[in-house]
Design a binder for this molecule. Sequence first.
Ligand code: CA
Ligand code: CA
Length: 215
Amino acid sequence: MFRLFVLLSIFSYSSNAFLLVAGTRRVVKQLSVTNGGPSGSWKTAEFCPVGYYAVGFNVKVEPKSSSGIFADNTALNSISLRCKDGSRITSGEGAFGNWYTEASCGNMNGIPYFLTSFDLQVEPDQGAADDSSANWIRFKCRDFDTDDTFSHQLDVSPGKFYWGTYGSWSGSCPLHSAICGIQTRVEEARSSVFYGNTALNDVKFFCCDEKRLSF
Ligand SMILES: [Ca+2]
Ligand SMILES: [Ca+2]
């Protein structure tokens, strides 16, 4: 796994300036959604190697508990991105669950497609009752060099989990860019009896625009 511990340098916002430099990656946009959960802390962002972009993803999800009123479900615990060079990045991960079957954008008419926006399924705070926060995620794939007209949705089957609903889609990576990095917000494992766990709550992705090293 390629793991980049990032030193973030904020650059000035002008029309042609990039937002920040993540190591040697040029991040032009950050993608987020408004329905992410509030618990836990933001973990260290991870990026594909320079010049490579995300072409697929997978999810790690805890199966539904059979413990009745003592259930402590967490649902979505981790999201992995597959980079075009074959490496895999995750940022922080919850401790529970199993990986599903990875989904890939594939090629359309011989052109490779990349992840360019996402949508998060989240169960709102349930007060004293058990809650699970983020449950599942889906993406859109697009050609690096065209707009969203020909994007398509990408799901890891079955595309959703038991609790909560999908909110609004994030923004999209600008033309000539695609998702290159991930940062997750994860609640640390703690007592099920007194507090309950939610594991992964929220996620951000980063769009980069350097020249691609692989087609
Ligand atoms: Ca829970
Ligand atoms: Ca969760």
